[in-house]
Design a protein around this ligand. Structure first.
Ligand SMILES: [Zn+2]
Length: 281
């Protein structure tokens, strides 16, 4: 009798435990389901946001394209040989005031000037590659040396900005004949090779001559505005190396001239068709 009583009590206890375990399990399942639902909703939100962003970008591109079609021509302002602590900030300020995007073909820079390269990207400009070294004798001593020179500056820009740039400009442009002194025929080979290796190279068709004969801001201004042509992509060569104040002083007037005469200003991107010179070496 006593034994039967104990067995019944044990069975009752056992049932109690089973019911409790099941209840806990159900509770846990419910929480898991709720969590899964929350995750699903967050993922849905993320996808929705992505789609909205994509649509916005597409609309912006379509608007820009329309603007380009209506324009007399496109102007791509390009600045080589920077960044420099005295000139580059002034150029960035003017571009921001005028709400214009441009392209900077940079050479090796120190830690302080890395901030300027960062700012170029932050402000929506394109950072292109000119070369880690700007020494013709070194860079054009061999194809490998030139390719290595692009790779090294590409790595530095990546370290600074987190962006890999494939947009390049050869020292002296692809039409340079200086390279002949160091390697016969090298530009013919290099221009093919860089494209094969995924780069896009850009020369220019408007020369401000600010690294040559232009003596003051009026020379820079006149060289640019007389070089502009309607119904084409005008790639303007300028420099933001140290002490080049004349280009800074001409820049606002150049932008005003372009806008008043129906041009639009663009930065070079991976989608921009290459503008290239004839090759002489
Ligand atoms: Zn240069």
């Amino acid at each position: 009798m006593i034994i039967l009583g104990i067995i019944i009590i044990l069975l009752i206890l056992l049932f109690g435990v089973i019911i409790k375990v099941n209840r806990d399990k159900l509770e846990k399942n419910k929480i898991n389901e709720q969590l899964a639902e929350q995750e699903r909703q967050a993922e849905e939100q993320r996808i929705l946001k992505q789609q909205e962003q994509k649509q916005k970008e597409e609309e912006e591109r379509a608007r820009e394209k329309q603007e380009e079609e209506n324009a007399k021509g496109i102007i791509y302002l390009t600045f080589d040989d920077g960044p420099s602590s005295d000139i580059t900030p002034q150029i960035l300020d003017i571009l921001e005031q005028k709400n214009i995007k441009a392209t900077f073909f940079v050479v090796h820079y120190n830690e302080k000037n890395a901030e300027l390269v960062k700012k170029e990207v932050e402000k929506g400009h394109t950072v292109g590659l000119h070369g880690y070294s700007h020494s013709y004798s070194e860079v054009y001593s061999s194809q490998e040396s030139c390719m290595e020179n692009f790779k090294k500056i590409q790595d530095q820009v990546y370290q600074t900005t987190g962006k890999k740039s494939n947009i390049i400009r050869f020292l002296g442009g692809s039409s340079n004949t200086v390279s002949k002194k160091y390697s016969e025929g090298i530009m013919t080979e290099l221009t093919r090779r860089v494209v094969e290796e995924g780069y896009r190279y850009f020369d220019w068709n408007v020369d401000s001559d600010d690294a040559g004969c232009a003596k003051n801001k009026d020379d820079v201004y006149n060289n640019v505005i007389t070089g502009l042509k309607e119904n084409r992509k005008n790639v303007v060569l300028m420099h933001d190396f140290s002490n080049n104040q004349k280009t800074v002083d001409a820049l606002s007037a150049i932008i005003d001239y372009g806008l008043e005469n129906g041009y639009v200003f663009r930065k070079i991107t991976e989608e921009t068709p290459m503008v290239t010179h004839k090759i002489y070496n």
